[in-house]
Write a protein that binds this ligand. Structure first.
Ligand code: CA
Length: 522
């Protein structure tokens, strides 16, 4: 093999014309086409094909077939439901599984049913046949630890997001300018700014109709809690556990949460937060910005920065820009949200697969330079061009008026296979105002370490399943009531904590911590 490779390099040097054919040969896994069936279920598509339609084969799949010789054939269960849990349960009940199982939030079932024999352990396969996957995780060993099951084996290759920042604080800079205000640098200044937005008619229509703070996802109202030094989640999933002093804790059973929530409830009562925060839904950002009503939010850098262009002609002077997280009551500037480096999404090899070596080599293809370009940017010459060694989207992709990620999903890129995301994909459609915001964020040390999750053994899983769903439901019910002004969190706190403990919170924390210690060597 080594001699062949060196010979190839020698030929490449002598005549550039042969380069494409040789490059393809280097990714070839099988001489004759090998068909592997796949389950691929995720929110954007219930099946492996454009929009989930098996008859509309992704252009990226066609290119991968040509390069590798592996042909993926859609065999997705649960095509009639968008519920990923239901889909995976249907698949597991079927018994006769496809060769590859992939999709959204599959880590838990992989790590529960892998050790029981439903999926193939990948440790040796990766070590022996997947040099590119191995190199990725050798450089990030904590990510390999995070995806392992309780038996120490790894059963799936994850989707690995790239980039640092996710959400940011955004404010109507033109409203600040109009009212003669500076960007708020701490929670007290933010309070004064929000009151000014509420009272001083920054949209200039003579009506007190401004909504100082709003959220497209209602959970973003909770993010204000961080301004009083509480936490809302340890990961990019809302309401998640977090690591506190080396142990797993839950944000909603902390005294810092009690005190921060008391402040948040007061802000809500004073009309500084959208009164319809729990009900307005996902169109609230479009609506409240488009109608010149919303003052500030906490949302994604890239998508939120697009409104300055979209609303330039509609709202006079519109300027919605990122600002630094205001310093908390204790003087800490923190951005709690960030991109998680590893997702519970990706793909695994099922026990029915008769070609595990070819399959892991195929998984490895997506971690090669060429595979990663396909997985991130689509087809060279169609969706992007290489310019000075950089993949650059074509103008018709960047300026189509449609989101770039949605266009990628249609060609089969940025879908939930196991692959390393390339942030250059998103940077290209991040507007100047957001790029400036990212540079601003980079002037500070804002990010905190993430909790990357644990894999339970059977007993731990049983404890968690028995107690956690009802505890979380209760926490969220009480949380909403306190924000809306039903009850007083300080007065209710002791009863609340007693109820959580009666419901089994301490048992849940115990299994979380035993699993955490096993997984991360704590
Ligand atoms: Ca007004």
């Amino acid at each position: 093999m080594r001699i062949l490779k060196m010979a190839s390099i020698a030929i490449l040097g002598s005549t550039a014309l042969t380069a494409p054919a040789l490059a393809e040969d280097s990714h070839r896994i099988v001489d004759e086409p090998l068909e592997l069936s796949i389950h691929m279920h995720w929110p954007r598509a219930q099946g492996y094909g454009v929009g989930g339609d098996a008859n509309q084969i992704y252009p990226v799949e066609l290119a991968a077939r040509e390069l590798t010789g592996i042909h993926l054939i859609d065999e997705t269960s649960g095509k009639n439901t968008t519920d990923y849990n239901e889909a995976i349960n249907l698949l597991l009940a079927k018994g006769d599984m496809p060769d590859i199982v992939g999709g959204h939030r599959v880590k838990q079932p992989f790590n529960e049913f892998g050790p029981q024999g439903a999926f193939v352990p990948l440790n040796d396969l990766v070590a022996e046949h997947a040099p590119n996957i191995k190199a990725f995780f050798d450089a990030r060993p904590e990510l390999w630890s995070s995806i392992a099951a309780y038996d120490g084996n790894v059963y799936y290759i994850p989707y690995l997001p790239d980039g640092k920042y996710g959400r940011a604080w955004f404010i109507r800079q033109d409203w600040l300018d109009k009212l003669g205000l500076e960007q708020p640098q701490n929670v007290d200044e933010l309070y004064e700014v929000f009151k000014a937005f509420r009272d001083n008619d920054p949209n200039g229509n003579g009506v007190q109709d401004e909504i100082p703070y709003f959220g497209r996802d209602w959970e973003e109202v909770l993010r204000l809690l961080t301004l009083w030094d509480a936490r809302t989640s340890g990961s990019d999933t809302y309401h998640d556990f977090y690591v506190k002093d080396g142990k797993i804790a839950h944000p909603y059973s902390q005294e810092a949460y009690r005190d921060a929530m008391a402040n948040l409830a007061q802000w809500y009562k004073e009309g500084l937060i959208d009164a319809e925060i729990f009900t307005r839904g996902s169109s609230s950002r479009d609506y409240l910005l488009g109608e010149n009503l919303g003052g500030a939010t906490h949302d994604w850098f890239a998508s939120t920065s697009g409104y300055n262009v979209a609303l330039a002609d509609k709202v006079d002077g519109f300027n919605f820009i990122p600002f630094l997280p205001p310093a908390s009551a204790n003087g800490v500037r923190m951005e709690e949200h960030r991109r998680i480096p590893v997702k519970p999404d990706g793909w695994a090899i099922s026990h029915t697969n008769e070609n595990p070596v070819e399959t892991i080599k195929y998984f490895d293809f997506w971690f090669t330079e060429q595979g990663s370009l396909l997985a991130n940017f689509g087809i060279e010459g169609q969706t992007y061009d290489m310019v000075d060694g950089e993949p650059i989207y074509k103008d018709e992709v960047l300026n189509s008026g449609r989101a770039v990620n949605a266009q990628m999903w249609e060609v089969g890129s940025q879908i939930q296979r196991g692959y390393p995301q390339d942030y250059r994909y998103e940077w290209q459609w991040t507007r100047d105002s957001a790029r400036k915001g990212i540079e601003l964020y980079d002037t500070q040390d804002l990010l905190v370490d993430l909790f990357l999750g644990v894999a339970f053994n059977k007993d731990e899983q049983a404890v968690y399943d028995k107690h956690w769903p009802s505890i979380e439901t209760y926490m969220l019910e009480r949380q909403q009531a306190w924000i809306l002004g039903t009850g007083d969190i300080v007065a209710d706190w002791d009863d609340y904590m007693a109820a959580l403990n009666k419901m089994g919170l301490e048992d849940v924390l115990e299994v979380m911590n035993s699993a955490y210690a096993r997984q991360y060597g704590g």
